[in-house]
Ligand binder design. Structure first.
Ligand code: NOJ
Length: 571
């Protein structure tokens, strides 16, 4: 049964103008293309071996040309750097290795000048154990910060439960000799959790939010959202969650900046996902956007199996989100690909296809690789994967370096394998830094199929057939189709050859039809049933030039091929 266009909210229709939902211009994040990066591995401007804000400013034109509309910056604050910046010692500052607060304000100005918004990581589930708050808290039971953290005077019975980094983390409660008490840390031992039951902590988090919004950021990626709202106590393996804090945070952020956005990281059971949205823009509204971890696992499984069945299920099972609620889709991020929500058998299939060596796996649940090497550096499959991600419902998030097909360095420990410097050119250190190689924050990948000598921005910019040029075209095409991010996304439920996913995006701006062939064989797809809806259907993006679309009843599709077909446009 075919699904038609979804009813859209509050449509106004003035003669001669575009038809848009009233609130669409506020919901900029539904039309965004988000690019995430670590400043310290992106571009070094002063030759000290560490990427910096000025280096990033120099690369904004590159990002603008790529079509990026929003940057998500991994933690920018002062840090001992034991968890790549996710261990913060000052929420109001900028890590001196990457620049100053003045540089950051200039970055916001320069990005704004190019129509690029900036969101930053808000890492407030925990601090570094070197944060002045924790130092004070552990120093005395009378410290004003003592109750900012979660303590137990006696050894908690569940202290070896709930670790996020098995293999690297042994417990969630550690004894602090100075404090003479046990403190809770959901992540590493050096990341004590803040106590969200304490109103003073909540107020402080809001002050941090105000500070950065005032400076001009467009919102936050809320790190570890489920753990922030957990009201942890010793001996309680399933602490209650206080979702009201998310409402407080949203209201606060939006009072300060009406279009501020909260994008949460919450890799939780499907049934709990909608809880993070609350009632959207209503009195109990919570976050605006949620990373779609469930889809991520299924996407990877579908690619491994060359079978879209899991994606069809994902589209069917997608819970309805409240107004303004949005998914953020991704294939790769800065962490391992988390396969923990797949069954053991499914996870095994993905491991066999994409992480055959033990060394490619991490934490017993994931893969520490970039996408290009996972897909055997097969250009057809890389395009297919990204065309698919960008065509599915939600806002696409892309990680730096994926647009040129960078690889990983498995000689580096843990997640560092996928956190190597950006490869700009064939200059020494791939143009990332003029420092001696031994001074670099992390080695640049050199030699072989993924070394900077072969994979770099400069070479790909000059080549209209490069992956980078393809990404630019694909993103431009997406920007012409706002129904993809903001409209409905449905499976086209008609018989198609094995391996093929047919789906559509409908919105006030029209309708796009998508065909993706996850299988390796050439096929012909009959979508003649949609002919009645089509007005001059035509390919707007495809893996190759195909015969004109015609009446949709005999659409050819190569192995690993894809076609984005506009079937209707409301102008
Ligand atoms: C989630 C981040 O994505 C990850 O990189 C980090 O280690 C943990 N949160 C702890 O902050």
């Amino acid at each position: 049964m075919l699904s038609g266009p979804s009813p859209c909210e509050l449509v106004f229709d003035l003669p001669g103008t575009e038809v848009y939902p009233l609130s669409m211009s506020d919901r900029w994040y539904q039309k965004a293309v988000i690019y995430c990066l670590d400043i310290d591995t992106f571009q070094d401007s002063d030759g000290d071996g560490v990427g910096d804000i000025r280096g990033l400013i120099g690369r904004l034109d590159y990002l603008a040309r790529l079509g990026v509309t929003c940057l998500w910056l991994h933690p920018i604050h002062p840090t001992p750097g034991l968890d790549d910046g996710y261990d913060v010692t000052d929420f109001y500052g900028v890590d001196p290795r990457i620049g100053t607060l003045g540089d950051f304000a200039e970055l916001l100005h320069q990005a704004d000048d190019r129509g690029i918004k900036v969101i930053i990581d808000l890492v407030v589930n925990h601090t570094s154990d070197q944060h002045p708050w924790f130092r004070s808290a552990r120093s005395s039971p009378d410290s004003p910060y003592r109750d900012w953290y979660v303590w137990s005077d006696t050894e908690p019975p569940n202290r070896k439960q709930g670790m996020v980094f098995p293999g690297e983390q042994e417990e969630t409660w550690s004894y602090d000799r100075t404090a003479k008490a046990w403190y809770y840390h959901r992540f590493y031992k050096f990341q004590p959790d803040l106590n969200f039951a304490n109103p003073a902590v909540r107020e402080e988090i809001k002050r941090i939010v105000s500070f950065w919004l005032q400076l001009g950021v467009a919102g936050f990626r809320l790190d570890a959202a489920p753990f922030i709202i957990e009201l942890t106590g010793p001996g309680d393996p399933n602490p209650p969650k206080d979702f009201a804090f998310l409402t407080e945070l949203r209201q606060h952020a939006q009072w300060r900046r009406g279009d501020a956005v909260l994008l949460a990281e919450a890799n939780v059971e499907p049934a709990q996902l909608v809880d993070y949205f609350g009632d959207g823009g209503g009195a109990n509204g919570r976050i605006h956007m949620l990373f779609d971890f469930m889809l991520n696992g299924r996407l990877v499984l579908a690619l491994a199996r060359e079978d879209p069945e899991q994606l069809i299920d994902a589209l069917r099972d997608t819970p309805k989100l409240p107004g303004g609620g949005q998914w953020a889709t991704f294939l790769r991020n800065h962490d391992e690909i988390d396969l923990s929500r797949l069954t053991t058998e499914q996870r095994q299939q993905v491991y066999e296809a994409f992480g055959p060596d033990e060394d490619m796996r991490l934490y017993g649940r994931g893969i520490r690789r970039r996408l290009a090497p996972m897909l055997g550096n097969d250009r057809r499959r890389i395009e297919l994967a990204y065309a698919l991600q960008f065509s599915l419902r939600g806002t696409p998030v892309i990680r730096y370096g994926e647009e040129i097909g960078m690889g990983e360095d498995l000689a580096l420990p843990g997640r560092q394998a996928i956190r190597t410097p950006m490869q700009w050119s064939t200059l020494p250190n791939g143009g990332f830094s003029s420092a001696p190689a031994e001074k670099l924050i992390r080695p640049v990948i050199s030699g072989g199929d993924f070394g900077y000598e072969t994979v770099n921005v400069t070479a790909q910019r000059q080549d209209p057939d490069s992956l980078l040029s393809w990404f630019e075209r694909m993103i431009r095409t997406l920007r012409e189709a706002p129904e993809v991010g903001a409209g409905s996304c449905t499976h086209v439920d008609v018989p198609v050859p094995a391996g093929v996913l047919a789906h559509r995006a409908d919105g006030p701006t029209g309708c796009m039809l998508f065909l993706h062939n996850l299988g390796r064989g050439d096929v012909t797809v009959d979508l003649g049933k949609l002919a009645g809806e089509a007005e001059h259907p035509n390919d707007v993006l495809a893996d190759q030039e195909y015969p004109p679309v015609g009446d949709l009843s005999a659409l050819r599709l190569a192995g690993y091929g894809y076609r984005w077909i506009r079937i209707r446009r409301v102008a």
